[in-house]
Design a protein around this ligand. Structure first.
Ligand SMILES: O=C(O)CCC(=O)C(=O)O
Ligand SMILES: [Fe+2]
Length: 293
C-alpha cells in the first residue's frame, strides 16, 4: 500500500496562478512620500517593512532622453503595437537583450539600486531580465503579486520576528515626470506581509494602493511579493508612459538571457566593455562551453 500523502497545499504565486481574480484600483490616489534625500540603510529596511524603496535621480536628463529615443525607434512601426481597436491600448513591450546590446550595461549597476539589490538578494545577485515598455491611454494593470516564493498565514507573515526572504525585485526606471493621468505604478505598502497574493482585492489591512508619482530618471524598486499594479492612463492627448524595467534575482535563479559565462552567445562589444561588477551581474565567470542540451 502506498503511504498516504498529506493533501497538496494550495500554492499561490501571484502572476502565475491562472485562475487568480484580479481587480484594478480606480479609487482616489494618494502619493507615496517622495524621499527628500536617499538613505541606503533606510531603503534596505524599507524593502522588508514597506516592500519597496524609491531611489531618486538615478538617470540624468540626457540619459532619459536617450533611452526614450531608443524605445521610440526600436522594434516595429507603431501600428504593430496599437491594440486600441481590440479594446486595449498602445502597448509596446520590448525585451532587453543584455548579451547583444552593450548600451544596456550602463544601467545594471547604478549606485543605490544595485546596492539595495545586493543587500536584499545577496552579494551574488544577478540581473534576471529587463524590458522597455511604452503604454498609451486605456492601459491599466490590476493589483497583483509578481511572484510569491513563500505563502504563509498572515499572522506569521506579519509577525515582526519573521523576515521573509526576497527572491526577486524589479527596478522600474521612469522616463516621464509622472502624473495620475498617464497611469503611475501603485503599490500597497507592507502588503507582502499578508503572506499571500491578492484575490480580487485592491487593498490590504485597510491600506489602499499609493502612487509612485516620480520624476523622469527616478527608480521604484519593489519586491515581487508586494502587491502592486498601475493606475489607468486616462490622458486625453494620447500621452504614453515610458518605463524601463530591470529585475534582479537571487544567484540561483534561471536568467532570461544567456549567462555571460557562455560567452560565445555574446556580442564581443558587450564582453569588451563589461566591468568585473557588470560581468558578475550578468552571470559571468570562467568561460564555459554551452551545456549539451
Ligand atoms: O506598469 C506598471 O507600472 C507595473 C508593471 C507590473 O506590475 C508588471 O509588469 O508586472
Ligand atoms: Fe507586476
Amino acid at each position: 500500500m502506498p503511504a498516504t500523502l498529506a493533501p497538496k497545499p494550495v500554492f499561490d504565486n501571484g502572476h502565475f496562478k491562472k485562475d487568480q481574480k484580479f481587480a484594478v484600483y480606480d479609487g482616489p490616489l494618494e502619493n507615496l512620500p517622495y524621499p527628500e534625500r536617499f538613505d541606503l540603510e533606510a531603503a534596505i529596511d524599507a524593502m522588508y517593512s514597506d516592500g519597496f524603496a524609491i531611489i531618486p535621480g538615478v538617470l540624468n536628463a540626457q540619459e532619459v532622453a536617450e533611452l526614450r529615443h531608443i524605445m521610440t525607434t526600436s522594434g516595429k512601426p507603431d501600428e504593430y503595437y496599437d491594440e486600441t481597436a481590440k479594446g486595449w491600448c498602445f502597448n509596446k513591450h520590448l525585451t532587453v537583450e543584455y548579451h547583444k546590446d552593450p548600451h544596456f550595461l550602463r544601467y545594471i549597476d547604478r549606485p543605490g539600486v544595485v546596492d539595495i539589490a545586493r543587500a536584499v538578494l545577496g552579494a551574488g545577485c544577478r540581473v534576471h531580465s529587463g524590458t522597455l515598455w511604452i503604454t498609451g491611454p486605456g492601459r491599466k494593470m490590476p493589483i497583483h503579486a509578481d511572484f510569491l516564493p513563500v505563502a504563509l498565514p498572515e499572522e506569521y507573515a506579519s509577525d515582526p520576528r519573521v523576515r521573509v526572504p526576497i527572491a526577486e525585485c524589479v527596478a522600474q526606471f521612469y522616463l516621464d515626470d509622472l502624473t495620475a493621468d498617464i497611469g503611475p505604478t501603485v503599490v500597497v505598502p507592507g502588503s507582502h506581509r499578508s503572506g499571500r497574493a491578492p484575490e480580487g482585492e485592491t487593498e490590504w489591512n485597510g491600506i489602499k494602493p499609493k502612487a509612485a508619482m516620480l520624476k523622469a530618471g527616478d527608480v521604484l524598486l519593489f519586491r515581487f511579493d508586494c502587491w502592486h499594479g498601475a493606475y489607468s492612463n486616462t490622458n486625453k492627448e494620447g500621452r504614453r508612459r515610458y518605463v524601463m524595467q530591470l529585475s534582479y534575482s537571487h544567484h540561483r535563479t534561471e536568467l532570461g538571457y544567456p549567462p555571460m559565462k557562455y560567452d560565445h552567445y555574446y556580442n564581443p562589444e558587450v564582453l569588451r566593455l563589461a566591468t568585473p561588477a557588470q560581468r558578475q551581474l550578468l552571470g559571468g565567470g570562467a568561460a564555459k562551453k554551452a551545456p549539451a542540451y
